[in-house]
Design a protein around this ligand. Structure first.
Ligand SMILES: Nc1ncnc2c1ncn2[C@@H]1O[C@H](COP(=O)(O)OP(=O)(O)OP(=O)(O)O)[C@@H](O)[C@H]1O
Length: 621
């Protein structure tokens, strides 16, 4: 289907073509004809990042009369950031429509600026509820001629205590208006709003109700709660190209984590409600242009944000509500791109992962927290990668070349490389030299699960209808969850087998299988000589293979190394003091990621194996 077939006006079609929208996304395909052809209200539910803004924006723009200087459509959204984002999107879609004016009004900004913009007689207002009421009471906004009312992220507006405000606003709009409600999740409150404020409404659901984005894979790390911050740093260091949001529960925690990250030299900043509007705008602006690599945010501040190409969403803490998890993880994997949602949990939170898995209908993969060596390797190859691809400004460097050549002529190529690499890499190595293992000790982890099931004799082997199995290969054979799932696939050839949480230790891989599928798995491996699978009995030694001893034959299927992304430069760690001379060579700092002038993203971001490589295919077997 094309946008043209949806009967949109030419000046809208030309604008979306310029924006690069080749064809409508599924929610748009359904809502646009409905809005243009029917008269009922609408509740539209679609996964995060699937184009809901255009799904209401395009038909509303299509139906508004740009020649009529009255407010004809009102979009309500919970936060200022979202208001600005939606207004900008609508301005983009209507940029070829003469006379169409869209004005965002939200709290925290000097009201006079907004009053001036309102003087331009907009047809569409995008507003946060509080400021809108203020402007209505001042007689600056009149909603009596509204034809369309859109409630975006309505559940969040309710969570934020805007219920009364919304009701006041609704009372100011005519009965004849058409109301549209858009959300990624359908909590009870949304259903209640729909019942209460909508007359005859159609519910359009794209995908599975309440499901998470198809494009996001979910992984989690288990550690002690007090080591959360160290785990976060490891994750970030393992993904030198990371560009993401770190979600915290409270403003205070958001500030603390952002401060620590900044102190440790990461390109991070905080976004939360205690900041002034100017500060929030500034942070968002820097984040959007990738001057900030990690945005540490509260749920409220980051709700609905559409920032392109985020690689990761990190849950520093798991949220209490599954819906909140959906909205958080949906900041990545948008507009058909892939993304990774990472959660840092402690062992008693495994049940929450199960709840979220059930609700999202997704399998989460448990990964081992990388050790210092893995991080160093990743960073090293990231740096090598960058070195290989860096653009050399021949003209600039030419002047110095004779002198450089002369000074270094006694060094072999190998020596030279070693020295250049060490220049930045030494700091990393020294930081991670004695880095502790942040994973929970294997025994205590499995022990806790066994105890929860009241199954002390068979600790860790069964968990809620699932059986814990064990395979005789682990990290030392180059196994990671992705390779492991590959082996399961190859050997069983049966996609109906679901694999639950996977733990790869040095020698073994532990994994959960539903009890009624255990036999299938064990039997499939019975004829294998390289892999032995048996029920995990809680002992570290391999017991399931009867008289067979595990055989660790190297096989092409699991040999090889984990290729690493790379090295961001000397600013990644809890920064050891800069090495002598760093300040004298600004080109080096810039190229390898100086804190103040980090080439984060933008021009310097290249696709790196770091986040795509390790895990992109874990989710689906
Ligand atoms: N037809 C299309 N083709 C390509 N990209 C599109 C299309 N429609 C929307 N997009 C882009 O997809 C991204 C996500 O859209 P949008 O922000 O509307 O998602 P959403 O469904 O409202 O997400 P959330 O529930 O998280 O708020 C935006 O960057 C938007 O520009």
């Amino acid at each position: 289907m094309t946008f043209r077939e949806l009967n949109l006006k030419d000046d809208i079609l030309s604008a979306i073509e310029e924006l690069g929208y080749a064809q409508p996304m599924p929610v748009q395909e359904k809502t646009i004809p409905f809005m243009l052809e029917q008269t009922a209200d609408l509740v539209a539910l679609a996964q995060t990042g699937t184009g809901k803004t255009a799904a209401f924006g395009l038909p509303v723009l299509n139906m508004i009369d740009a020649g009529r200087k009255q407010v004809q459509a009102l979009v309500l959204a919970p936060t200022r950031e979202l208001c600005i984002q939606i207004a900008n999107d609508l301005k983009g879609y209507s940029k070829n429509m003469r006379g169409m004016r869209i004005v965002p009004v939200y709290g925290g900004e000097d009201i006079r600026t907004q009053l001036r913009q309102l003087d331009t007689a907009p047809q569409i207002i995008v507003a946060t509820p509080g400021r809108l009421i203020d402007l209505i009471e001042r007689g600056k906004i009149e909603l009596g001629a509204i034809d369309f009312l859109v409630l975006d992220e309505a559940d969040e507006m309710l969570n934020m205590g805007f219920k009364e405000d919304i009701e006041t606003i609704l009372e100011r709009t005519p009965e004849t208006r058409r109301t549209m409600l858009f959300s990624a999740t359908m909590p009870k409150e949304i259903a209640n709003i729909a019942k209460r404020y909508m007359k005859n409404y159609e519910e359009i659901t794209v995908g599975t109700k309440n499901a998470g984005s198809e494009n996001v894979e979910h992984i989690y790390y288990v550690s002690q709660a007090r080591q959360r911050y160290l785990v976060l740093k490891r994750i970030v260091d393992l993904n030198p190209d990371i560009y993401g949001i770190v979600f915290c529960r409270t403003r205070q925690e958001t500030k603390e984590v952002a401060d620590k990250l900044m102190h440790d030299g990461y390109n991070a900043d905080a976004l939360h409600g205690d900041l002034s509007q100017a500060q929030r705008d500034n942070v968002m602006q820097k984040f959007r242009i990738r001057n900030i690599q990690l945005l540490v945010a509260t749920d409220v501040a980051a709700r609905g944000l559409d920032v392109s190409d985020l690689t990761h969403v990190i849950n520093y803490n798991l949220p209490d509500d599954v819906e909140v998890y959906t909205h958080r993880s949906g900041r990545t994997g948008r507009a058909n791109k892939k993304g990774i949602a990472v959660s840092i949990i402690h062992s008693k939170e495994r049940f929450k992962i199960k709840d979220i898995e059930r609700m999202l209908r997704k399998t989460f993969i448990q990964e081992q927290i990388p050790n210092g060596l893995e991080v160093c390797k990743k960073q090293l190859f990231y740096m090598i990668d960058r070195m290989e691809n860096v653009e050399v400004s021949e003209e600039q460097i030419e002047t110095y070349m004779p002198q450089i050549m002369k000074q270094l002529e006694y060094l072999s190529k190998e020596e030279l490389l070693k020295r250049f690499v060490s220049l930045e890499f030494n700091r990393f190595l020294s930081y991670y030299k004695n880095a502790e293992d942040l994973n929970l000790p294997e025994r205590s982890e499995r022990g806790e699960r066994g105890e929860r099931n009241g199954d002390r004799n068979d600790r860790g082997s069964k968990s809620g209808g699932k059986v814990r199995l064990k395979m005789n290969v682990g990290e030392r054979e180059g196994i990671d969850p992705k390779r492991f799932l590959g082996i399961i696939n190859d050997v069983t050839g049966d996609k109906s087998i679901s694999i639950g949480s996977i733990e790869v230790t040095n020698k073994f891989t532990f994994f959960d299988v539903f009890s009624d599928q255990v036999e299938k798995v064990v039997m499939a491996f019975a004829g294998e000589t390289d892999y032995i699978v048996a029920e995990a009995k809680g002992s570290k030694s391999f017991e399931g293979g009867g008289s067979r001893k595990p055989e660790y034959r190297a096989r092409g299927s699991y040999g090889g190394s984990r290729s690493g992304g790379g090295y961001r430069g000397g600013d990644r760690e809890s920064r050891p003091a800069a090495t002598a001379g760093a300040g004298e060579k600004p080109w080096r700092n810039r190229d390898l990621g100086d804190r103040s002038s980090r080439p984060s993203g933008g021009s310097d971001r290249r696709s790196s194996s770091s986040y795509k490589g390790g895990s992109s295919s874990y989710k689906k077997r």
